[in-house]
Write a protein that binds this ligand. Structure first.
Ligand code: SF4
Ligand code: SF4
Length: 232
């Protein structure tokens, strides 16, 4: 676990914020959160939304701006924005502004709010009650505005009842558990094939004329069924 996640895990109770609880923050658009970054993770809906916004296919967005790697703990294919240059600038920053503001990745849209699933409460089916929001002093901007979490998410069309977020965490947990065990038992080349297929099906294989969620749900179901055949 990296040090930032470790700190959050240790201080989670102090950082928690309710969906209708106010927090004070105003972004002064200094752009500092878009440089020196190697940790902007994209989930499949982010890639789809960015592709839609830019009139491209998810595979083009990936080729232009992203890279994928296997998470050291999750052993799951993760996608992040590939920063550029010595200051590790996000390639989507243009004229010190986000060029895809309304379709920016969820982690960027939520900042300075964080969102996580409490794994201790893991059960057969995740519900919105399992979602925890956190707020910490971001060390930037000022406190001239007051917002609630509900309003903040609403600005970017992210619902509090975010069915997709629950499904995404569910498939992450299920496939991670399978991959962690399978990796000890199958050849590296078979694992590479399993990871590549998961990456393609979850992040790239979308018909852009159709809605995202039904396609994601179907791919997730098919992948879990298929990957359960791996020894685990
Ligand atoms: S996607 Fe936009 S908000 Fe996020 S780091 Fe890049 S430029 Fe900044
Ligand atoms: S979120 Fe913070 S670091 Fe990013 S542009 Fe706004 S004030 Fe600057």
């Amino acid at each position: 676990m990296d040090s930032r996640l470790q700190e959050i895990a240790e201080n989670l109770d102090k950082m928690k914020i309710g969906v209708d609880e106010p927090f004070r923050f105003h972004c002064d658009q200094c752009g500092k959160c878009c440089i020196n970054r190697e940790d902007i993770l994209l989930n499949p809906r982010d890639v789809y939304n960015m592709a839609k916004e830019l009139g491209q296919e998810p595979k083009d967005i990936f080729a232009l701006y992203c890279e994928y790697y296997i998470g050291s703990d999750s052993r799951f294919p993760l996608v992040r924005i590939k920063p550029r240059g010595s200051i590790k600038r996000c390639p989507l920053m243009k004229d010190r502004k986000c060029s895809i503001h309304k379709a920016k990745p969820t982690v960027c849209a939520l900042f300075p709010i964080g969102r996580c699933i409490s794994f201790e409460q893991k059960k057969e089916k995740l519900t919105t009650e399992d979602i925890t929001y956190i707020f910490t002093n971001p060390g930037c901007g000022d406190t001239s505005e007051s917002h609630t979490v509900r309003e903040w998410l609403g600005e970017f069309g992210i619902p509090i009842e975010d069915i997709y977020f629950l499904l995404w965490n569910d498939i992450l947990m299920k496939l991670s558990a399978i991959f962690r065990q399978a990796e000890k038992k199958v050849s590296p080349s078979l694992m590479d094939k399993a990871w590549d297929l998961t990456f393609i099906k979850l992040y790239l294989d979308y018909d852009m004329t159709q809605d995202f969620l039904p396609q994601f749900e179907q791919s997730s179901r098919e992948l879990v069924e298929l990957m359960q055949n791996l020894p685990h």
